[in-house]
Write a new protein. Sequence first.
Lengths: 150, 669
Amino acid sequence: MEKNPMRRQLAIMRQALFDQGYLDEQFIQLEELQDDANPNFVEEVVTSYYRDSARLILKIEQALERKPFDFNKLDGYMHQFKGSSSSIGAKKVKAESTLFREHCNSGNGEGCVRAFQQLKQEYATLKKKLEAYFQLARQAGPMETACRPK
Amino acid sequence: MSTASSSAAWKAGDVVPDRFPAGLRVLVVDDDPTCLMILEKMLRTCLYEVTKCNRAETALSMLRENKNGFDIVISDVHMPDMDGFKLLEHIGLEMDLPVIMMSADDGKHVVMKGVTHGACDYLIKPVRIEALKNIWQHVVRKWKNEWKDFEQSGSVEEGDRQQKQSEDADYSSSANEGNWKSSKKRKDDEDETDERDDSSTLKKPRVVWSVELHQQFVAAVNQLGIDKAVPKKILELMNVPGLTRENVASHLQKYRLYLRRLSGVSQHQNSFMSHQEETFGPLSSLNGLDLQTLAATGQLPAESLATLQAAGLGRSTAKSGVPMALVDQRNIFSFENPKLRFGEGQQQHINGNNKQINLLHGIPMTMEPKQLVGLHHTAQSIGNVNMQVTSHGAQSGQNNSLLMQMGQPQSRGHILNDATVGHAPRLLSSMGQPILSNGIAANVSTRNRIPENIRAPGYNPVSQASSMLNFPMNHASELPGNILPLGSTPGMSSLTSKGTFQEDVNSEIKGSGGFMPSYDIFNDLNQHKPQSWELQNVSMTSDASQRSNSLQGNLDLTQSVLVQQGISSGQMNGQNRSAAVVSKAMCSAGDFSEQRNAQNVNQHFNTLLVDNTIRVKSEIVADVSPANLFPDHFGQEDLMSALLKQQEGIAPAENEFDFDGYSMDNIPE
């Protein structure tokens, strides 16, 4: 089938995401939840994540514009963000959130700002990669994640 | 968002025991929509019934509206509208459901907070599906503890003890601290019990501190002044016939503890980690509050009681306003909790809550000797109450036991009762109604029968279980109104399936033994040697461990079976009535999976009246289990044929009865 090469490509893309540390085990958990009843579950979750976390990112940005920093608030937002990110398996994003929180705890405003920039970058990168991944997946035909035995 | 099902039982599990928790009704609360989505999917994959909620307030009102609608709650710690721990406390107080906390925060202090607030588990996000697969253990544990408590108490007050002990158990699952408190509670319980035992004669009905009674009490205390209030004077002021000084004394003791706790509660709320019991001492800031509290408690508890049923938990008492609001709520709950010294607001709340609920619901049950007479009337109300209280076994068990204790010798029935209560909290609650009426026995018998039928067909393990049911059988005669019958019924259902399935329908009936009245009738009908039932029961017990899976299923099954059985027996006209009531109750309460099951039951109800029990059974079984198990696949007709097939020894029906094992777990070996 012509789809096979696509699927192969999809598999490669997917593996790369794991190898490069963008995704972790949790993403596989999501994949395993996907079934015939919810054939696009993973994509739906990721879409939901990006939609909700975008609001959080905005809140954090606004909070970072008010000086002095309200570290408690910032920590609170980041905690939420971290929770979301970890639930979809966004490994790098999660790591950056942890770093941010550490800076919050130590009252390091500079560190927070830096960490936040990093975080936004990782967040955007992952988003692009996942979008490409899902697009390919849709083209490849019925959602059949490469990890599943055929 | 799926609506919370009103069923009181878990979905009948599949045949495979390890799928037992299927149908567990979970309420998951998390403000993060992504997490909520994932959790929901995971829980569905575990075959649980999921209701998701993104706000704590919504969750609370859902729980309040349908106290019997959920088995377990999973909640996030950090939520915008309400702190997860607060929600945890509320739930523990009001509904006494097991609550699992979760958070991305794995800091030790947060986890500790969860533990001390009474969470039965703490999950770190991201949550894996493996972690969710085992959450049913918390529900089982709770029921089992309640059951055990029930068993141990062995007296009228066992209900109280059960509450306390189950709460204890709840705590013990979270920390040693809980254990310590548990033992303390138990001791208090015993003291209380002793006091009551000494003062009351055997036949004296247990005094239930109803709202009115309590209000009178509080008014008397306030009139005398809390310091000067002595039982004798309070008694005189109250002028309630039949109330003894001892009753008042024990109530006063509790009240005092409750007040003390109130003053300490506010502080406690602020410092979650504080375990001090004498919280009221160091809380200088609370002094003013204390007075208010005291003043308010007088009114609050009574009002709370009144509103409790309306699930107006903290809201209605808010009149005291302020920070006291929380305290008030607690007061209400903790009032009944003699273990105030624990200083663990939550625990106390739970105790109080349980107690309160018990009391409230106990109102109709107070008249034990006259229960049979009035049961019928109160059946409905009790049923309602049961529904409310049966948040999780504890209360329902309690209620049931009270209901069951209709002046029947409890010596032997205790164990059975306990067993009954333990594993079939929900069942009991729904059963409570039928039990109340004379027809209960019939219902019970019916239940037993049906389960057996179902089991027998393909149930290999069943044969082994026979030993279990012994007790129901033995006590059948002794438990006219005993809970045991109730208990056995659920057990029976499970047992029957597990235990030796005697093709004989009669044997099934025997199982219900607990209910003498019906049992006798059934005996006539079924002429099957009771032994078979016994055997079945026995096997059930032994298989309890195996059964744990299907407990839920059994409950559902039994419920429907009961109703149907009662109807089919046809002998009990009166019972039919009750059966009708039961069926209604069951339909509403027990039909966890689908509404149409209830309809099925109703329909069957009519058919049952006419037909023989066997047929009824199959119908019932069909309705209950298959529908529940495979709602998409089975229609009524399918169920029927499935049932009929079962009777022929086909295994499919067994699936439904796997839950029997669950009930067996509860039955003490």
